[in-house]
Ligand binder design. Structure first.
Ligand SMILES: NC(=O)c1ccc[n+]([C@@H]2O[C@H](COP(=O)([O-])OP(=O)(O)OC[C@H]3O[C@@H](n4cnc5c(N)ncnc54)[C@H](OP(=O)(O)O)[C@@H]3O)[C@@H](O)[C@H]2O)c1
Length: 219
């Protein structure tokens, strides 16, 4: 397996890359800033400078990879088009390129509450709405996919086990980015994660179960 990771220098993307490397998976990372990538990503990772908005360049960027992970996301900005461009058009471009390249599995990091139009986060230029459009594009693409919708992302560990359930069942909670990375990478290895959309948070009162077991339980 060789994995192409978009958003690899992001706060979650870098953990996804590390998790893949831990499993001895070769990684080709799409990054906008090569210098930053060299500083924060493991040295064995192949770097390719690019941007998910440059649709024509993505098939070449994916090169010989056979799975794709998308951990991109718009950063809060005054540009009202940013979530539309990054979270929808960018992901759509990646899905199209993955189709051309006959990619075996595409996993994306989305978000809880994307189905809630009247959610405060949509005040950030409809970011949840555009993430949902991207999810639907992927689901209708014919590619094998896993959509991971995490709760609020944490840069520190948190006590408690992983709670995983199906679409539009969790509406609050948080989860360490390291855990999101583990779930997203595990999805690439599990038949039971194929063509599934899961929502994840960690909860103090939930016992920790193997990720594979949790995927199997989600319809
Ligand atoms: N924050 C939360 O609590 C939360 C909760 C649920 C879901 N999410 C979602 O989870 C995902 C990961 O979140 P995060 O906080 O880890 O993200 P992040 O640190 O903001 O990283 C986003 C990544 O996307 C990349 N990116 C943005 N525009 C791009 C473009 N046009 N082409 C290529 N790459 C581009 C960024 O590149 P650079 O490194 O070059 O800037 C960065 O690597 C996002 O989709 C986010 O919306 C966040």
């Amino acid at each position: 397996m060789k994995a192409f990771v978009a958003g690899a220098t992001g706060q979650t993307g870098r953990h996804i890359v590390t998790e893949l490397v831990k499993r001895n998976i070769s990684v080709r990372a799409l990054v906008r800033n090569l210098e930053l990538a060299r500083q924060i990503l493991p040295s064995e990772v192949e770097l390719v400078k690019g941007n998910v908005l440059f649709a024509d360049t993505l098939t070449e960027a994916i090169a010989d990879c056979d799975v794709v992970v998308c951990a991109t996301g718009a950063k809060p900005s005054l540009n009202a088009l940013e979530p539309y461009l990054v979270d929808y058009i960018g992901t759509k471009n990646l899905v199209n390129a993955a189709k051309v390249k006959n990619i075996q599995h595409l996993a994306i990091v989305s978000s809880l509450c994307v189905s809630k139009l009247f959610h405060p986060l949509n005040l950030f230029w409809l970011v949840l709405f555009w993430k949902k459009q991207a999810e639907q594009y992927l689901q209708n693409s014919g590619l094998t996919y896993t959509i991971v919708r995490p709760g609020g992302l944490l840069n520190h560990e948190k006590q408690g086990g992983l709670a995983m359930s199906g679409a539009d069942t969790l509406f609050e909670g948080s989860i360490p980015r390291t855990k999101v990375a583990q779930v997203t990478v595990e999805a690439l290895f599990e038949d039971t994660a194929k063509n599934k959309l899961v929502e994840i948070v960690t909860k103090a009162d939930t016992p920790d179960r193997p990720i594979a077991e949790l995927f199997a339980k989600v319809a």
